[in-house]
Write a protein that binds this ligand. Structure first.
Ligand code: F6P
Length: 370
């Protein structure tokens, strides 16, 4: 066993928050094994995201706790969508104050030098706001949505991409057998990275993402052109946040009413619109939480472990207020203010959109105008 290296951080808490994804346990293992084995740090596991920090629901983490978890899906710590800076109805100074005070009390009572938060946009934003309240915080970017500003990729994305691609592959045979149009919905409420990449990987004939509101007539013409060319089936890949040009123009409350009347799921709305527009027999599938389950891909294990050990090095240096990140092929760190309050959406000039168009994919609008 190598000699223990010096470390500014003697004890830290670690939590996972927001939607879970494959790779979370690999990240926990990366942080904890490096922090414990290389730097001799004391580690406190915090249950269910920020809720555990508010309630003081914590337990020491020992090597046996973070051994053998590299390939396990989900998170051994549990997760929640607790937002300490928001109550159920939005910002309420009094309740927010109570929650933040409880967090500070737990942090001090445990004698923590730092809090490691593993999560998406919301989690790292909360981490940044706790840093503004005086806590030492280090963030790790995770989400299947791949929509965190400051990192080129998030772990969870590649695992969900593989799951989505396999599902699309499977839909080809049943769509062909029945000469149908099948619409599959992947996750991605505000950003369409998963639908775009899985659509290209799975050979989707139409790919619809929130960043490009679609025109159902353009989709109809594309599907009819395929049918007239002898293609007896089509696969339409949509992000859960996909919307039509008509929906985009609606006020938020009108859009909500429209979705209550026409079904909350993009896939079922779009399938009905396609069938109405073209008369083609159309079916819908929502892949849902399958995309967030199961063991992490090799790529996600490597990224999660690398980000985890990099976070341990930041802890040792006392380099707080940072989020570890992937930049090209390098692991770097950025100020926690970088992802705060932002979502990384697909730029309209992103090469993957042109790649899709180049292989004949309809992106919901006349691509000569894209
Ligand atoms: O943030 C990842 C994500 O899976 C999104 O793609 C999806 O819209 C959301 O979480 C679902 O949230 P919840 O797990 O709270 O239902």
């Amino acid at each position: 066993m190598a000699a223990i290296r010096s470390s500014v951080t003697k004890a830290f808490g670690i939590l996972t928050a927001g939607g879970d994804c494959p790779g979370l346990n690999a990240a926990i293992r990366g942080v904890c094994r490096a922090a414990h084995d290389r730097y001799g740090m004391r580690i406190i596991g915090i249950a269910d995201g920020f809720r555990g920090l508010i309630d003081g629901n914590v337990n020491p983490l020992n090597p046996a706790d973070f051994s053998g978890i590299l390939t396990r899906g989900g998170t051994i710590l549990g997760a929640s969508r607790e937002k300490p800076f928001k109550d159920e109805t939005g910002d309420t100074r009094e309740i927010v104050g109570e929650k933040v005070a409880a967090i500070k009390k737990t942090y001090r009572k445990l004698g923590l030098d730092c809090l490691v938060v593993i999560g998406g946009n919301g989690t790292n934003t909360t981490g940044y706001r706790l840093a503004q309240e005086g806590l030492n915080v280090i963030g790790l970017p995770k989400t299947i949505d791949n929509d965190i500003v400051g990192t080129d990729r998030t772990f969870g994305f590649h695992s969900a991409l593989a799951i989505g691609t396999e599902a699309i592959d499977r839909l080809h045979s049943t769509a062909q057998s029945h000469s149908r149009v099948i619409v599959i919905e992947l996750m991605g409420h505000k950003a369409g990275w998963l639908a775009l990449y899985a659509g290209v990987a799975g050979g989707g004939d139409v790919i619809l993402i929130p960043e490009i509101p679609y025109d159902i007539k353009t989709i109809g013409r594309h599907l009819e052109h395929r049918a007239n060319s002898g293609k007896t089936f089509s696969i339409v890949v949509v992000a859960e946040g996909a919307l039509s040009v008509e929906e985009e123009k609606m006020e938020k409350r009108d859009r909500k009413k429209y979705r209550i009347e026409n079904g909350p799921s993009a896939a079922y709305r779009i399938a009905r619109e396609i069938q109405t527009e073209t008369g083609m027999e159309t079916r819908a599938t929502v892949l849902g939480y399958v995309q967030r389950g199961g063991i992490p891909s090799a790529s996600d294990r490597v990224l999660a472990t690398s980000l985890g050990t990099a976070a341990a090095d930041l802890l040792a240096k006392g380099d707080y207020g940072r989020m570890v990140a992937l930049e090209g092929n390098d692991i770097v760190s950025v100020n926690l203010s970088v992802p705060e309050g932002k979502v990384k959406t697909v730029p309209e000039n992103h090469y993957m959109i042109d790649t899709a168009i180049a292989v004949g994919t309809c992106i919901g609008i006349d691509s000569t105008k894209a």
